[in-house]
Write a protein that binds this ligand. Sequence first.
Ligand code: BTN
Length: 243
Amino acid sequence: MMRFTVIHFDSLPSSNIHAHELIRNNQIEEDTVVWTDYQEIGKGQRGRSWHSEPAKNLLFSIYLKTNLNVQDVFLLNKLIALTVYELLDNLSVENLSLKWPNDILVGRKKIGGILIENGIQGHIVNQSIVGIGLNINQQLFPNFNREATSLSLIKGEELDREEILKDFLALLDSRLSELTLEKQKIERNYIERLYGMGKSMGFQLEDESFNATVAGVDENGFLILEREGKQFKYAEREIRFID
Ligand code: BTN
């Protein structure tokens, strides 16, 4: 039996926001997936918005009951990113990578993004709303900061969104146990797929721009960079790639 219950909407302000509301009103249980064809105010990382044409792409939020130490909070992001990677890899998409903090890239183009909102009690993350936006059938991406692409642009055919969602959920179901049992495996797999790993890349830190070598991402989600033989860690809000 499928672990997840999917509820579908034609339009919502945002699947993350709606999942929050349904949880607050006790209207959904854990492992429910809020899936929508359109978002009026889709949320991206760092307070940005997430645009997607109606009924073209996958926009959904999964309500998970988690039990993670706060210091391991980024493990869930890594696991979700790896699951999206696996999904696309299974569809024979090439040149995939995971760009810190939460982008899925094909070459240099963005095909998907992840926005996880965690509920924390004491030192434990006990619930997470995992929002995922994945470009499936959209053909044009005007006015985007970073160039974007979609599965259909890559494969040259229209794809069935529901089938892809089901495939994703099946993969996630089989991977979720890794969160507690196979942390090392998650870390290893994530590093192997990390965009820019071991390479010198350009970064913007407040007013300063510089080149540094990507050396990893720690459990808290800090990006580890190497400059002149020394390692430095940066939070998501303070640094970004220049590209
Ligand atoms: C990013 O900025 O890359 C993260 C984008 C996350 C977008 C998804 S779409 C479904 C879910 N609902 C939202 O409002 N945002 C996430």
